[in-house]
Design a protein around this ligand. Structure first.
Ligand SMILES: [Fe+2]
Length: 153
């Protein structure tokens, strides 16, 4: 898990640079929240939990870093790959899997590879467990229901 700790240092450094305290708080809560829900789903689905943790931390980082969600998923994927390559501890296959999942994560209506699906579901699950009484976004509703079934919630 050492490479996850190194990644957390980079993610923390970027989030610490957000000026607005509310935006900063949201960044920490959402990214580490999705990291945790991604691990939960990875353990349940027999997927790589360490890569799931990394993907969760990185999936919206570019948006928090720049304060704009323009070209959200594609830009996020490029930034995630750049950070992982910079650490030098993730293989090309790791970087590719995470980059692909981040690139797909906003497309909640479509179905992609299993690891991309895990990240999308982790995103929906974090919103759900943070505000369980709040109705889901329309785009999240079907996934939230499927997660409730899968996890017995
Ligand atoms: Fe997200």
């Amino acid at each position: 898990m050492e490479r996850l700790e190194a990644l957390r240092v980079v993610v923390d450094g970027i989030l610490d640079g957000i000026e607005n305290p509310e935006d900063r708080r949201c960044g920490f809560v959402h990214l580490y929240g999705v990291s945790a829900t991604a691990v939960l789903l990875a353990l349940r689905r027999g997927r790589n939990a360490e890569l799931a943790a990394a993907a969760g931390m990185l999936h919206d980082l570019a948006t928090y870093e720049t304060g704009t969600s323009d070209d959200h998923a594609a830009r996020g994927a490029r930034r995630a790959s750049e950070i992982l390559r910079g650490l030098g501890t993730f293989t090309d296959a790791d970087v590719e899997a995470i980059g692909r999942a981040v690139a797909h994560h906003s497309d909640k209506a479509a179905v992609h590879d299993a690891f991309s699906e895990l990240l999308k579901d982790a995103d929906v699950l974090q919103h759900f467990v943070s505000n369980p009484e709040t109705p889901p976004l329309a785009l999240h509703a079907a996934r939230r229901e499927a997660l409730r079934q899968e996890l017995g919630l």
